[in-house]
Design a protein around this ligand. Structure first.
Ligand SMILES: *Cc1c(COP(=O)(O)O)cnc(C)c1O
Length: 428
């Protein structure tokens, strides 16, 4: 059996048919923006390996930090013990987050970070004497992970709730905010899309623990951008009704949208924040849920006292070391210029796709470029072309999109744009 035959017969891949997985690329090296197949073919990773590898793959500073940590202590439990990598990473996070958002819970993956946030919200409500507040409100088009409770707040259509109908908890879904970041913001709730949230909170706030949204950019639910002012209005309404606000910045955090965090576009601080994906620069799985002091205090002073969640590999030192090294690179500040340049170049280079009749919309924000088609895109075409085009893209739904490493060179980004335009134009 060849390695690829073994893979096809025995290994599950994400969102892929296990009995008919289709062709697969065997990758044995990743460096900078490049993925190299076992046969030597090279492809630009225009996905940053699911949006994580913001500094490029195998960044020397991150690899060095991980090597050093590996030699000292790959792992110890976090119950009753602590270590310098967890503290180093925590110091860097606290320094870059808004004041007051400074109680950090480390976990292994984004979905777990979301579970932790949802659990915190319910526990805070109980601690504050609101035992009936255990439901969640969100907006359509969202994505928050694939674990059970996280899945219940994903968009019911793109999150395929139909597969689990009857088995997921029912949450409250509001229409997506329709105003785009570049549009004028009308203060009238009937025009700015906040009326629906206001009406829901008026009627049902006594059952709702928290609002959870991806600020400004909805990622895996459809790659849509919305007006940051919606977040300001939503936060004020939630506060008035005793509902907590959770921002899921697992996709948007660490510079991707042109600000360090997408919430910075709005100047709004949530009660609880979820981070993941680019936290380690794409070098190892890791995530964090950051709570406000008030949230921490409510839980700490409740009858239960403790927060009942503790991943076995919580604060894994190797991952903390990678995270601290990645945040040091961000602190050097080059990402701002890089993301601005990527944004300008994608705006110019993807614009021609607007003229194609089968294209519904072209949109760019920070280091995110999207060509939304009028019809669903067959990802197998991009997959098969990748070794020839030298660009690795993985379209989903109606979207042909890129989220390249911030370090991508202009010439390489032009190849990505050209391949996106070719796919939009119907290349096979
Ligand atoms: C990817 C993602 C998650 C889930 O993270 P995993 O590490 O895959 O569990 C949650 N929320 C958002 C916004 C994401 O993009």
């Amino acid at each position: 059996m060849t390695p690829l035959e073994f893979d096809a017969r025995h290994l599950w891949h994400p969102y892929t048919n296990v009995t008919e997985p289709g062709p697969m690329h065997l990758i044995d090296q990743a460096e900078g923006v490049w993925l190299t197949r076992a046969d030597g073919t090279r492809m630009i990773d225009a996905m940053s390996s699911w949006w994580c590898a913001i500094h490029g793959h195998r960044h020397p500073a991150i690899v060095r930090a991980m090597h050093q940590q590996l030699d000292w202590m790959p792992h110890v439990m976090f119950g009753g013990l602590t270590h310098q990598p967890a503290i180093d990473l925590g110091e860097r996070l606290v320094a870059m987050l808004p004041p007051g958002l400074d109680r950090i819970f480390y976990s292994d993956s984004g979905s777990v970070a979301v579970e932790v946030a949802l659990e915190m919200a319910v526990q805070v409500q109980r601690a504050r004497g609101h035992g009936a507040r255990s439901e969640f409100v969100t907006i359509r088009g969202g994505y928050h992970g694939d674990t059970w409770k996280a899945m219940s707040v994903c968009d019911p259509v793109t999150g395929m709730h139909s597969l689990f109908s009857g088995a997921l908890s029912i949450q409250h879904f509001l229409p997506r905010p329709t105003l785009r970041p570049e549009e004028n913001w009308p203060e009238d709730p009937a025009q700015n899309g906040l009326a629906a949230l206001e009406a829901l909170l008026r009627a049902k706030a006594d059952r709702i623990a928290a609002l959870i949204v991806e600020p400004v950019v909805q990622g895996a639910g459809g790659m849509r951008f919305y007006h940051p002012a919606w977040l300001r209005g939503a936060k004020a309404l939630c506060e008035a009704h005793g509902v907590l606000v959770i921002f899921d910045e697992i996709a948007t955090g660490f510079g991707r949208t042109g600000q360090m965090f997408a919430m910075d576009h709005a100047g709004v601080t949530p009660d609880i924040l979820c981070l993941g994906k680019a936290l380690t620069g794409g070098h190892i799985s890791f995530a964090a849920t950051v709570a406000s002091g008030a949230v921490a205090k409510s839980i700490g002073q409740s009858a239960a006292g403790v927060f009942m969640h503790g991943p076995t590999y919580m604060a894994n030192p190797l991952a903390c070391a990678a995270g601290a090294a990645s945040l040091s690179l961000l602190a050097e500040g080059a990402w701002q210029r890089q993301v601005r340049q990527i944004e300008a170049q994608l705006r110019a280079e993807l614009a021609p796709a607007r003229a194609l009749p089968q294209v519904r919309e072209v949109r760019v924000m920070g280091a995110i470029g999207v060509i939304e088609m009028a019809h669903p895109v067959d990802p197998r075409i991009a997959h098969a072309r990748a070794p020839r085009s030298g660009v690795w893209l993985r379209p989903f739904g109606r979207n042909i999109y890129c989220m390249p490493p911030f370090t991508i060179a202009p010439d390489d980004l032009s190849r990505v744009s050209a391949e996106m335009n070719a796919l939009a134009g119907g290349a096979t």
